[in-house]
Design a binder for this molecule. Sequence first.
Ligand code: ZN
Length: 324
Amino acid sequence: MGAVFSNSTFGPREQPHAMTALAFRSALPGPIVAITANIHGDECTGTGAIHALASVLEENLLKGSVLMYPSLNPEALEDGRRDLPASGEDLNRLFPGHWNGSRAERRVRSIWQEVIHQAPAAILDLHSDSPLSIPYTIMDRPIAFRGGSRRDMELRIEALARATGLTVLWDYPDSKYRNLHLDRSLAGSAINRAAIPAITIEVGPRRHLDPAAVKTMNDAVWGVLAHMGMVKDRSRAKPAVVRAQSWYRADGPVALVGGILAPLCNPGLLLEPGMALAEIRNLDGEVMQTLRANCRCLLLGIVEKAFLKPGDCCATLGLAEQAR
Ligand SMILES: [Zn+2]
C-alpha cells in the first residue's frame, strides 16, 4: 500500500502565475479523481482542504490516483478577489476555454486540457459561499443529455454529491442554468462536454482559512473518495445542518431599496411562505423593507454583504425539486 507523490506546474507560457498540480498515484489500479480549488480567488477553503489531504494521502490511498489543484487562480488568491486580475472575467463561466481567446480563456483552456487529459472518473470542484451559509454540494444540470442517458448522468452526479454527507441541491432549472452559462463552469463543462460526473462543493466562509470549514470540506471530499473505494471510510462529525430532501438552487428575495442588510434567521432553516428572513434598514435604523420567503424553502445562506443596492438578491435558497 501507499502512493507515489509527484508535483508539477502548468499554465499558459506567457502568463507569470503557473498553477500547481499535486498527484498521488497508488500502485493498485483504480479510479482517477481530480480535485480542483480556488478558481474563484477569494474562495480558499478548498486550498486548505487539499493541503490537509496531501498530508495523509501517501499513507492512505488504497487504489487509483488523486490529482489535486490547490489554486486555479493564484494571482486572484494573492489579490483576495474572485475573478482573474487584469481581466475581470469569471474563469468559472468560460470553459472549455480557447487557446486564441482572451487571457482568461487561454487560462481556462490550459486548465481544461490539464484536467480532462487525465480522464478522471470524477471531478470535485471546491468553492466557498458566504460565512452566513450552511455547507452544501451543487449538482450541475446535465443539459446536453436526453432521456435515459440524462437520468443515468444525474444518478452518477447525485451519488457523488450524497457521498459528501452535506445538504445537496440541483442547480437552477435548465433555462436559467443555461442563461447564466453554468454549463460553462468547470463542473458543468466536465459533465456536458466530457461526460465526466462532477460536483461543486461550497463550504464558507471565503476570504480566510477557517480551520472548522477546512475540516468540513476535507470530510466531504474524504466521503467521496471512500465512496469510490479509494480510502477507508472514517468517522466524521456531521455538519450541524443536513437537509436530506431534493432541492434546487433559487435566488432569494430582492432588495427594492438600498440599505443595511440585517439577517433575521440562521442559514439551514426551513422557511414557510411569508416568513421574514432579513430586513433592510436605513442608517437611522428604520426598517425600509422586510424580505420574506414566498414559498416553502430552505435558507442555504444569506449573502456576504452589509449593504444591498436596489435589485440585489439577499439570499440563496433551496426549493423542492419535483421528481421527474
Ligand atoms: Zn466559487
